[in-house]
Ligand binder design. Structure first.
Ligand code: FVH
Length: 288
Protein backbone atom coordinates (compact mmCIF):
# COMPACT_ATOMS: atom_id res chain seq x y z
CA UNK A 1 0.00 0.00 0.00
CA UNK A 2 1.29 3.47 -0.90
CA UNK A 3 1.35 6.88 0.67
CA UNK A 4 -0.71 9.10 -1.63
CA UNK A 5 -1.70 12.74 -1.33
CA UNK A 6 -4.75 14.22 -3.02
CA UNK A 7 -4.84 17.97 -3.70
CA UNK A 8 -8.35 19.22 -4.47
CA UNK A 9 -11.42 17.73 -2.84
CA UNK A 10 -14.27 18.76 -5.09
CA UNK A 11 -16.72 16.09 -6.23
CA UNK A 12 -13.99 14.25 -8.16
CA UNK A 13 -11.01 14.76 -5.81
CA UNK A 14 -13.11 13.59 -2.86
CA UNK A 15 -14.15 10.46 -4.78
CA UNK A 16 -10.51 9.73 -5.65
CA UNK A 17 -9.37 10.18 -2.04
CA UNK A 18 -12.26 8.14 -0.60
CA UNK A 19 -11.55 5.28 -3.02
CA UNK A 20 -7.84 5.22 -2.18
CA UNK A 21 -8.67 5.14 1.56
CA UNK A 22 -11.23 2.36 1.00
CA UNK A 23 -8.64 0.34 -0.89
CA UNK A 24 -6.17 0.55 1.99
CA UNK A 25 -3.77 3.34 0.97
CA UNK A 26 -2.37 5.85 3.42
CA UNK A 27 -3.96 9.09 2.19
CA UNK A 28 -3.16 12.72 2.94
CA UNK A 29 -5.57 15.37 1.65
CA UNK A 30 -5.57 19.11 1.13
CA UNK A 31 -8.28 21.44 -0.19
CA UNK A 32 -8.44 25.22 -0.47
CA UNK A 33 -11.70 25.20 1.51
CA UNK A 34 -10.57 23.16 4.49
CA UNK A 35 -14.05 22.04 5.60
CA UNK A 36 -14.31 19.78 2.53
CA UNK A 37 -11.50 17.61 3.96
CA UNK A 38 -13.36 16.75 7.16
CA UNK A 39 -15.48 13.80 5.90
CA UNK A 40 -12.29 12.25 4.50
CA UNK A 41 -10.50 12.71 7.82
CA UNK A 42 -13.37 10.78 9.45
CA UNK A 43 -12.76 8.03 6.87
CA UNK A 44 -9.07 7.83 7.78
CA UNK A 45 -7.24 10.53 5.80
CA UNK A 46 -4.64 12.85 7.26
CA UNK A 47 -5.34 16.53 6.60
CA UNK A 48 -2.40 18.63 5.42
CA UNK A 49 -2.37 22.34 6.28
CA UNK A 50 -0.78 23.35 2.96
CA UNK A 51 -0.21 21.85 -0.51
CA UNK A 52 3.53 21.67 0.30
CA UNK A 53 2.82 19.65 3.45
CA UNK A 54 0.63 17.27 1.44
CA UNK A 55 3.27 16.78 -1.28
CA UNK A 56 5.98 16.16 1.32
CA UNK A 57 3.85 13.51 3.04
CA UNK A 58 3.64 11.07 0.11
CA UNK A 59 5.49 9.34 -2.69
CA UNK A 60 2.70 10.20 -5.09
CA UNK A 61 0.56 13.34 -5.28
CA UNK A 62 -2.67 13.43 -7.29
CA UNK A 63 -3.95 16.87 -8.27
CA UNK A 64 -7.59 17.31 -9.28
CA UNK A 65 -9.00 20.83 -9.24
CA UNK A 66 -11.42 22.76 -11.39
CA UNK A 67 -9.03 23.99 -14.11
CA UNK A 68 -5.37 24.70 -14.91
CA UNK A 69 -5.45 28.19 -13.42
CA UNK A 70 -6.36 26.56 -10.09
CA UNK A 71 -3.88 23.71 -10.67
CA UNK A 72 -1.08 26.21 -11.28
CA UNK A 73 -1.98 28.14 -8.14
CA UNK A 74 -1.99 24.97 -6.00
CA UNK A 75 1.32 23.56 -7.24
CA UNK A 76 2.97 26.98 -6.98
CA UNK A 77 2.27 26.80 -3.23
CA UNK A 78 4.00 23.39 -3.15
CA UNK A 79 6.98 24.15 -5.39
CA UNK A 80 9.62 23.79 -2.70
CA UNK A 81 8.38 20.31 -1.82
CA UNK A 82 8.24 18.94 -5.37
CA UNK A 83 11.87 17.90 -5.90
CA UNK A 84 12.09 14.11 -6.21
CA UNK A 85 8.29 13.67 -6.00
CA UNK A 86 5.81 12.16 -8.43
CA UNK A 87 2.90 14.37 -9.55
CA UNK A 88 -0.16 13.08 -11.40
CA UNK A 89 -2.47 15.82 -12.63
CA UNK A 90 -6.06 14.75 -13.35
CA UNK A 91 -7.42 18.26 -13.91
CA UNK A 92 -9.29 18.70 -17.20
CA UNK A 93 -7.52 20.99 -19.65
CA UNK A 94 -5.90 21.34 -23.06
CA UNK A 95 -2.79 19.54 -24.36
CA UNK A 96 -0.87 22.83 -24.32
CA UNK A 97 -1.81 23.44 -20.67
CA UNK A 98 -0.70 19.90 -19.78
CA UNK A 99 2.68 20.33 -21.48
CA UNK A 100 3.24 23.70 -19.84
CA UNK A 101 2.53 22.34 -16.37
CA UNK A 102 4.72 19.28 -17.06
CA UNK A 103 7.64 21.51 -18.05
CA UNK A 104 7.15 23.62 -14.93
CA UNK A 105 6.94 20.58 -12.61
CA UNK A 106 9.99 18.97 -14.21
CA UNK A 107 11.93 22.21 -13.75
CA UNK A 108 11.07 21.97 -10.04
CA UNK A 109 12.48 18.42 -9.97
CA UNK A 110 9.20 16.46 -10.02
CA UNK A 111 8.23 13.66 -12.40
CA UNK A 112 4.92 14.50 -14.11
CA UNK A 113 2.12 12.40 -15.54
CA UNK A 114 -1.03 13.91 -17.03
CA UNK A 115 -4.39 12.20 -16.90
CA UNK A 116 -7.93 12.48 -18.22
CA UNK A 117 -10.71 10.95 -16.16
CA UNK A 118 -13.38 9.24 -18.26
CA UNK A 119 -15.84 8.71 -15.42
CA UNK A 120 -18.10 10.62 -13.09
CA UNK A 121 -17.38 10.60 -9.35
CA UNK A 122 -19.64 7.63 -8.35
CA UNK A 123 -17.85 5.46 -10.95
CA UNK A 124 -14.40 5.91 -9.38
CA UNK A 125 -13.08 2.58 -8.13
CA UNK A 126 -15.86 0.72 -9.97
CA UNK A 127 -15.91 -1.28 -13.19
CA UNK A 128 -16.37 0.96 -16.23
CA UNK A 129 -14.22 3.84 -14.98
CA UNK A 130 -11.26 4.68 -17.21
CA UNK A 131 -8.38 7.11 -16.72
CA UNK A 132 -6.14 8.00 -19.66
CA UNK A 133 -2.52 8.86 -18.88
CA UNK A 134 0.38 10.35 -20.84
CA UNK A 135 3.78 11.66 -19.85
CA UNK A 136 6.57 10.08 -17.80
CA UNK A 137 6.32 6.32 -18.38
CA UNK A 138 8.51 5.44 -15.37
CA UNK A 139 6.09 7.29 -13.08
CA UNK A 140 3.17 5.44 -14.63
CA UNK A 141 4.87 2.06 -14.12
CA UNK A 142 5.89 2.93 -10.54
CA UNK A 143 2.38 3.83 -9.47
CA UNK A 144 0.21 1.72 -11.78
CA UNK A 145 -0.97 -0.59 -8.95
CA UNK A 146 -2.18 2.44 -6.96
CA UNK A 147 -3.70 4.16 -10.01
CA UNK A 148 -5.52 0.93 -10.89
CA UNK A 149 -7.42 1.30 -7.59
CA UNK A 150 -9.19 4.32 -9.12
CA UNK A 151 -10.10 3.05 -12.58
CA UNK A 152 -8.77 1.07 -15.49
CA UNK A 153 -5.49 2.85 -16.29
CA UNK A 154 -4.63 3.37 -19.98
CA UNK A 155 -1.17 4.78 -20.78
CA UNK A 156 -1.10 6.55 -24.16
CA UNK A 157 2.62 7.30 -24.41
CA UNK A 158 5.19 9.92 -23.49
CA UNK A 159 3.56 12.82 -25.39
CA UNK A 160 2.27 14.62 -22.27
CA UNK A 161 -0.58 16.34 -24.12
CA UNK A 162 -2.15 13.17 -25.48
CA UNK A 163 -4.29 12.24 -22.46
CA UNK A 164 -5.85 15.74 -22.50
CA UNK A 165 -6.39 15.57 -26.26
CA UNK A 166 -8.05 12.13 -26.11
CA UNK A 167 -10.10 13.18 -23.10
CA UNK A 168 -11.45 16.20 -25.02
CA UNK A 169 -11.99 14.10 -28.15
CA UNK A 170 -14.04 11.60 -26.13
CA UNK A 171 -15.99 14.46 -24.54
CA UNK A 172 -16.60 15.85 -28.06
CA UNK A 173 -18.25 12.55 -28.95
CA UNK A 174 -20.30 12.74 -25.77
CA UNK A 175 -21.43 16.33 -26.33
CA UNK A 176 -22.29 15.51 -29.95
CA UNK A 177 -24.51 12.75 -28.60
CA UNK A 178 -26.06 15.06 -26.00
CA UNK A 179 -26.71 17.81 -28.61
CA UNK A 180 -28.40 15.31 -30.91
CA UNK A 181 -30.43 13.94 -28.03
CA UNK A 182 -31.53 17.40 -26.88
CA UNK A 183 -32.61 18.37 -30.40
CA UNK A 184 -34.43 15.06 -30.93
CA UNK A 185 -36.08 15.50 -27.53
CA UNK A 186 -37.24 19.01 -28.40
CA UNK A 187 -38.81 17.77 -31.65
CA UNK A 188 -40.59 14.92 -29.88
CA UNK A 189 -41.77 17.16 -27.04
CA UNK A 190 -43.12 19.67 -29.61
CA UNK A 191 -45.71 17.02 -30.51
CA UNK A 192 -46.83 16.77 -26.88
CA UNK A 193 -45.20 13.29 -26.51
CA UNK A 194 -42.87 12.27 -23.70
CA UNK A 195 -39.15 12.06 -24.49
CA UNK A 196 -38.83 8.98 -22.26
CA UNK A 197 -41.34 7.13 -24.44
CA UNK A 198 -39.20 7.94 -27.50
CA UNK A 199 -36.05 6.31 -26.07
CA UNK A 200 -36.93 2.73 -27.17
CA UNK A 201 -36.75 4.09 -30.75
CA UNK A 202 -33.75 6.36 -30.26
CA UNK A 203 -31.36 4.04 -28.43
CA UNK A 204 -31.28 1.19 -30.99
CA UNK A 205 -31.06 3.79 -33.78
CA UNK A 206 -27.97 5.36 -32.22
CA UNK A 207 -26.47 1.91 -31.74
CA UNK A 208 -27.14 1.01 -35.39
CA UNK A 209 -25.60 4.28 -36.63
CA UNK A 210 -22.56 3.75 -34.36
CA UNK A 211 -21.93 0.72 -36.53
CA UNK A 212 -21.11 3.03 -39.47
CA UNK A 213 -18.23 4.70 -37.60
CA UNK A 214 -15.49 2.17 -38.49
CA UNK A 215 -16.21 2.79 -42.22
CA UNK A 216 -16.19 6.58 -41.71
CA UNK A 217 -12.95 6.37 -39.67
CA UNK A 218 -11.34 4.33 -42.43
CA UNK A 219 -12.39 6.92 -45.02
CA UNK A 220 -10.95 9.72 -42.85
CA UNK A 221 -7.66 7.89 -42.19
CA UNK A 222 -7.16 7.16 -45.88
CA UNK A 223 -8.66 10.35 -47.32
CA UNK A 224 -11.06 8.24 -49.41
CA UNK A 225 -14.39 9.98 -48.82
CA UNK A 226 -15.72 9.07 -52.27
CA UNK A 227 -15.13 5.31 -51.91
CA UNK A 228 -18.18 2.96 -51.67
CA UNK A 229 -20.63 5.67 -50.63
CA UNK A 230 -24.00 4.36 -49.45
CA UNK A 231 -25.58 7.66 -48.35
CA UNK A 232 -24.21 10.66 -50.21
CA UNK A 233 -23.56 13.95 -48.46
CA UNK A 234 -25.91 15.73 -50.91
CA UNK A 235 -28.75 13.42 -49.87
CA UNK A 236 -27.91 13.81 -46.17
CA UNK A 237 -27.81 17.61 -46.51
CA UNK A 238 -31.45 17.52 -47.64
CA UNK A 239 -32.31 15.58 -44.47
CA UNK A 240 -30.43 18.18 -42.42
CA UNK A 241 -32.35 20.98 -44.20
CA UNK A 242 -35.61 19.17 -43.47
CA UNK A 243 -34.69 18.86 -39.79
CA UNK A 244 -33.98 22.61 -39.65
CA UNK A 245 -37.22 23.42 -41.51
CA UNK A 246 -39.35 21.07 -39.38
CA UNK A 247 -37.76 22.48 -36.23
CA UNK A 248 -38.85 25.99 -37.16
CA UNK A 249 -42.36 24.73 -38.05
CA UNK A 250 -42.57 22.97 -34.68
CA UNK A 251 -41.34 26.00 -32.70
CA UNK A 252 -37.93 24.45 -31.99
CA UNK A 253 -34.79 26.55 -32.57
CA UNK A 254 -32.52 24.90 -35.19
CA UNK A 255 -29.38 26.00 -33.33
CA UNK A 256 -27.94 22.51 -32.79
CA UNK A 257 -28.48 21.46 -36.40
CA UNK A 258 -27.47 24.58 -38.34
CA UNK A 259 -23.67 24.25 -37.81
CA UNK A 260 -23.71 20.74 -39.29
CA UNK A 261 -25.91 21.92 -42.16
CA UNK A 262 -23.52 24.83 -42.86
CA UNK A 263 -20.45 22.56 -42.87
CA UNK A 264 -22.16 20.02 -45.15
CA UNK A 265 -23.14 22.85 -47.54
CA UNK A 266 -19.52 24.07 -47.67
CA UNK A 267 -18.27 20.59 -48.50
CA UNK A 268 -20.91 20.21 -51.23
CA UNK A 269 -20.04 23.65 -52.64
CA UNK A 270 -16.46 22.40 -52.96
CA UNK A 271 -17.71 19.63 -55.26
CA UNK A 272 -18.04 16.68 -52.85
CA UNK A 273 -21.81 16.18 -52.72
CA UNK A 274 -21.48 12.62 -54.02
CA UNK A 275 -18.94 11.75 -51.34
CA UNK A 276 -19.59 10.48 -47.84
CA UNK A 277 -20.36 12.58 -44.77
CA UNK A 278 -16.84 11.69 -43.51
CA UNK A 279 -15.58 14.37 -45.94
CA UNK A 280 -17.03 17.16 -43.77
CA UNK A 281 -13.98 16.67 -41.56
CA UNK A 282 -11.87 18.24 -44.33
CA UNK A 283 -13.82 21.49 -43.90
CA UNK A 284 -13.01 21.79 -40.19
CA UNK A 285 -9.44 20.54 -40.11
CA UNK A 286 -8.19 22.59 -42.99
CA UNK A 287 -5.40 25.01 -42.04
CA UNK A 288 -6.43 28.57 -43.00
N1 FVH B 1 -17.23 15.79 -11.70
C1 FVH B 1 -17.26 15.24 -12.92
O1 FVH B 1 -18.26 14.66 -13.32
C2 FVH B 1 -16.08 15.31 -13.86
C3 FVH B 1 -15.73 13.96 -14.40
C4 FVH B 1 -14.52 13.96 -15.30
C5 FVH B 1 -13.36 14.76 -14.70
N2 FVH B 1 -13.81 16.04 -14.24
C6 FVH B 1 -12.72 16.99 -13.95
O2 FVH B 1 -12.20 16.83 -12.64
C7 FVH B 1 -11.74 18.09 -12.17
C8 FVH B 1 -12.35 18.39 -10.82
O3 FVH B 1 -13.75 18.38 -10.97
P1 FVH B 1 -14.73 18.35 -9.72
O4 FVH B 1 -15.96 17.64 -10.14
O5 FVH B 1 -14.03 17.86 -8.53
O6 FVH B 1 -15.04 19.91 -9.57
P2 FVH B 1 -15.67 20.70 -8.34
O7 FVH B 1 -16.55 19.80 -7.53
O8 FVH B 1 -16.26 21.93 -8.91
O9 FVH B 1 -14.41 21.05 -7.41
C9 FVH B 1 -13.44 21.99 -7.83
C10 FVH B 1 -12.20 21.85 -6.99
O10 FVH B 1 -11.24 22.82 -7.44
C11 FVH B 1 -10.84 23.60 -6.32
N3 FVH B 1 -10.46 24.94 -6.75
C12 FVH B 1 -11.14 25.78 -7.56
N4 FVH B 1 -10.45 26.94 -7.73
C13 FVH B 1 -9.33 26.83 -6.98
C14 FVH B 1 -8.22 27.67 -6.75
N5 FVH B 1 -8.11 28.87 -7.32
N6 FVH B 1 -7.24 27.24 -5.91
C15 FVH B 1 -7.32 26.01 -5.33
N7 FVH B 1 -8.34 25.15 -5.51
C16 FVH B 1 -9.34 25.56 -6.34
C17 FVH B 1 -12.06 23.61 -5.42
O11 FVH B 1 -11.66 24.02 -4.14
P3 FVH B 1 -12.73 24.69 -3.13
O12 FVH B 1 -13.66 25.56 -3.98
O13 FVH B 1 -13.45 23.54 -2.49
O14 FVH B 1 -11.92 25.48 -2.19
C18 FVH B 1 -12.46 22.13 -5.51
O15 FVH B 1 -11.61 21.35 -4.73
C19 FVH B 1 -12.13 19.13 -13.22
O16 FVH B 1 -11.01 19.43 -14.02
C20 FVH B 1 -13.20 18.42 -14.02
O17 FVH B 1 -13.30 18.87 -15.36
C21 FVH B 1 -14.87 15.99 -13.26
Amino acid sequence: MSRISVLGLGAMGAALAATLIRKGHSVTVWNRTAARAEPLASAGATIAATPAEAVAASDLTILCVVDYAAAGAVVAEAQDALRGRDLVNLTNGTPREAKKLAAWAEEKGAAYLDGGIMAIPPMIGEAGALILYSGTDALFERHKPSLDALAESRYLGDDTGLAALYDLALLSGMYGLFSGFLHAGALVASSGRRVGDFLPLLLPWIEAMSGTLPDLADKIDNGLHDRSVVSSLAMQAIALENIAKASTEQGVAPDFIEPMLRLAARRIAEGHGSGDISGVIEVIRRKK
